[in-house]
Write a protein that binds this ligand. Structure first.
Ligand code: PBG
Ligand code: ZN
Length: 361
């Protein structure tokens, strides 16, 4: 049917002046005749697949992925993490095998966490030259020299109490001692460097540890070894599944005296500024999903290579929804990753790294 009143400035004008014959059903009337005079029609560039691809602003590439992995001194056969389907604690041999798969898929880097057989108050296994991480790093670098091995520098997997530093229990409660912890963290970072780590990543949130690790590494001759600092790390409920994987849940108290309050953004920027001053080469924002604003501000303000850690709880909740058929995993993960890139992430640390690498092929 032909429309006589074709040009209107707005939909409401079209409705007022509609000349559609009254025999059309009311619901069709306006629709048949509206032709807005719009100069801007954003849909024009969405109308065609090739064009949509050309105007896409952000992309995710396999070269931007970092794969977190767990190596345990206590397992011979891969041990599944129940809350993180697809994630395992590996023996050293299996770790190398799985890391090779990642490398063959084009993933450039892994982030390594170790679970020692023995834990003690002073985290002595963290800096033992024959500790689990040191042993694993030597094996990895021997078999896969071109895979970047980033080692987590923290004490929570190595202390009997599960805190990220040395604890003083004398005062009725307990205190995580800052400067004493930093000494042990420096020893740990240097021992990992000696084993062949390419990058060290302190995740403890003690004050001054980046500067101390920098001078410790320099004194040991590792002047070119970069520090990837968990500069803005929040005290998050979303770390739960990781603590199962790393066997690092605190046995008493919580981590609120060293990790940041989720409510604070200015404090996060101050934390990052300190780490930058102390010599951090790369910055991590963690967690990811609930902290995209922090990620954006950190990238905008400091302009350093910035990674986001898409943490265990973020992984677990989406995996659970997907397992129930409530969400389409691949599309949801790709959207999540694109969101991280859009918010300023140069790199994404994610348990989905292998899946992503094959999806992106
Ligand atoms: C602590 C550490 C945490 C994670 C990695 N190292 C958090 C914590 O236990 O407080 C979390 C990573 C994840 O949830 O995937 N050094
Ligand atoms: Zn820790």
């Amino acid at each position: 049917m032909e429309c006589r009143a074709t040009r209107f400035k707005s939909a409401s004008q079209a409705r007022q002046r509609s000349t559609v014959p009254p025999d059309l059903p009311a619901s069709h009337r306006d629709l048949e005749c509206v032709m807005l005079q719009l100069v801007r029609r954003p849909r024009r560039v969405r109308s065609n697949g090739a064009l949509r691809q050309m105007v896409r602003e952000n992309t995710l590439e396999t070269r931007q992925l970092i794969y977190p992995m767990f190596v345990s001194e206590k397992v011979d056969r891969a041990e599944a993490i129940s809350s993180m389907p697809g994630v395992y604690q590996y023996s050293v041999n299996e770790l190398v095998e799985s890391a090779k798969q990642a490398f063959d898929l084009g993933i450039p880097a892994i982030l390594l966490f170790g679970i020692p057989r023995l834990k003690d108050e002073l985290a002595t296994q963290a800096f033992d030259s024959n500790g689990i991480v040191q042993t694993a790093v030597r094996q990895l670098k021997k078999s896969l020299p071109d895979l970047l091995v980033i080692t987590d520098v923290c004490l929570c997997e190595y202390t009997s109490h599960g805190h990220c530093g040395i604890v003083d229990k004398r005062r009725g409660g307990f205190e995580v001692l800052n400067d004493r912890s930093v000494e042990v963290l420096v020893q740990t970072a240097v021992s990992q460097a000696e084993a062949g780590a390419d990058v060290v990543a302190p995740s403890d949130m003690m004050d001054g540890r980046v500067g101390a690790i920098r001078s410790g590494l320099d004194q040991a001759g590792f002047i070119d070894l970069p520090i990837m600092s968990y500069a803005a790390k929040f005290s998050s409920a979303f770390y739960g599944p990781f603590r199962e994987a790393a066997e690092s849940a605190p046995q008493f108290g919580d981590r609120q005296s060293y990790q940041m309050d989720p409510a604070n953004a200015n404090e996060a920027l101050r934390e990052v500024a300190l780490d930058v001053d102390e010599g951090a080469d790369l910055i991590i924002v963690k967690p990811g999903l609930p902290y995209l604003d922090i990620l954006w501000r950190v990238k905008e303000r400091f302009g350093l290579p910035t990674a986001v850690y898409n943490i265990s709880g973020e992984y677990a909740m989406l995996k659970a929804a997907a397992a129930n058929g409530w969400i389409e995993e691949k599309r949801a993960v790709l959207e999540l990753m694109t969101g991280f890139r859009r918010a300023g992430a140069d790199m994404v640390i994610t348990y989905w790294a292998k899946d992503l690498a094959s999806w992106l092929k």
